[in-house]
Design a protein around this ligand. Structure first.
Ligand code: NAD
Ligand code: TDX
Length: 352
């Protein structure tokens, strides 16, 4: 039985990963370490309740003693680090926590993996540390070209700087000590359980309530969208078969300007809810994000060629599935937007 330490899997991508893995593999053990920050939510894991293959542990990836204890108890074969502070806007107002979790937390996991897997100068066989990273570490593209694995790292935001820094530490543990590692760098994800600070769920939530839709700048910044399940499939494949020390970019060639995404959501909700008040008049162009990257675009040729990965859900299908999910889970949205969310929203958008 393969034993995984998965971190940050009460969040958006991680909870989808838990379901993906439990559906795909019978004989696995997933130990899910999550601090349950504002972005982590046990409700996201309800569908795994009662499944003995999934064990939830509340805790911080920076906690040396806790992580060491988990290694001693479970003898993990694979660590997959999803845990992170993940929102660019929050990193602009409060960068320090991004260093603590994304950089220090990653180094703590690397050190614990090394301590557990390197015994008497010998690496235990069949082990792997996989870092879930992002295309944002490459910086911003002009109108042409794509990010490949050879593109130099050039992060701009505090968030992407912290993720790039973590990536450098992962490679340092590989190059210096021989820790078996992979890094995945995926483009923007969308789908169920995404916290409504991110573009797609925020716009769905606001439109449903006839609130204005804050589009940063001219709305022509381009993101490369991938349905979350396709990202989960890529991570599973890299964990299984990625070549030691390699980086894999993950993306489905689905670039769209932000304004197109917002208009698509409006058109869908207008039709599905038969609500005349949901229309483009709700769009409000607001002050741009500081240091806003203009365009991301992933070249996924390497993961396709080496591991046979390809995206299964087109944007047209994925966005409808996503809107369906949010319409069917109004309670979820209400729960995550009660409490501190309104305070966050008012603070973040008041000067825009
Ligand atoms: P998220 O913000 O939805 O979830 C993050 C999870 O990590 C939460 O459950 C939170 O409680 C947990 N966490 C935060 N700090 C922690 C700590 N110190 N110790 C333990 N747990 C902690 O994020 P997401 O969108 O699911 O992203 C998951 C990972 O994927 C991140 O590493 C992110 O950088 C990366 N990524 C995200 C995207 C995207 O589009 N969302 C794209 C590429 C890569
Ligand atoms: O209110 C908004 N208005 C707006 O115009 C918000 C929240 C966003 N935007 C724009 C900014 C971006 O160009 O939409 C685009 C997408 O924004 P986010 O959803 O915040 O995502 P992004 O900044 O692109 O980063 C995401 O993708 C890469 C994730 O948050 C990261 O964790 C991941 O690494």
């Amino acid at each position: 039985m393969k034993k995984y330490l998965i971190t940050g899997c009460a969040g958006f991508i991680g909870s989808n990963f838990v379901y993906y893995m439990l559906n795909k593999h019978e004989d696995i053990q997933l130990v899910n370490l999550d601090k349950l920050t504002y972005a982590g939510n046990l409700e996201n894991l309800k569908g795994a309740e009662g499944d003995a293959r999934h064990i939830f542990v509340q805790g911080d990836i920076c906690d040396r003693e806790l992580v060491q204890g988990l290694f001693a108890e479970y003898d993990f074969d694979c660590v997959i680090n999803f845990a992170a502070e993940s929102h660019v806007d929050r990193s602009i107002t409060n960068p320090e926590i991004f260093v603590a979790t994304n950089v220090m937390g990653t180094v703590n996991l690397l050190q614990c993996a090394k301590d557990a897997w390197l015994q008497n100068g010998q690496w235990a066989p069949g082990k792997k540390y996989l870092q879930v990273s992002t295309d944002e570490v490459y910086g911003s593209l002009g109108a042409e070209g794509y990010f490949t694995e050879a593109t130099p790292l050039c992060p701009h935001s505090p968030y992407s700087s912290s993720k790039a820094s973590a990536d450098f530490f992962v490679m340092a543990y590989h190059d210096t000590y021989g820790l078996p590692v992979n890094i995945t760098r995926c483009s923007n994800n969308y789908g169920p359980y995404q916290f409504p600070e991110k573009l797609i769920p925020l716009m769905i939530n606001n439109a449903k309530q006839h609130k204005s839709l804050p589009v940063y700048g001219d709305g022509m910044n381009v993101r490369d969208w991938l349905y979350v399940e396709d990202h989960c499939k890529a991570i599973d494949m890299v964990a299984e078969a990625g070549r030691d020390g390699e980086v894999y970019n993950v993306g489905g060639h689905n670039e769209r300007p932000n304004i197109f995404i917002v208009e698509t959501i409006l058109a869908q909700l207008h039709e599905r809810l038969a609500d005349e008040a949901i229309g483009e008049n709700l769009i409000r162009h607001v002050a741009d994000r500081l240091g806003h990257d203009r365009r991301y675009g992933i070249d996924p040729a390497k993961i396709r060629r080496e591991l046979g990965w390809y995206p299964e859900t087109s944007f047209e299908v994925g966005i409808v599935k996503t809107i369906d999910w949010y319409l069917a889970h109004e309670d979820w949205m209400e729960n995550v937007t009660s409490g501190n969310y309104q305070k966050y929203y008012d603070e973040m958008y008041k000067n825009k």
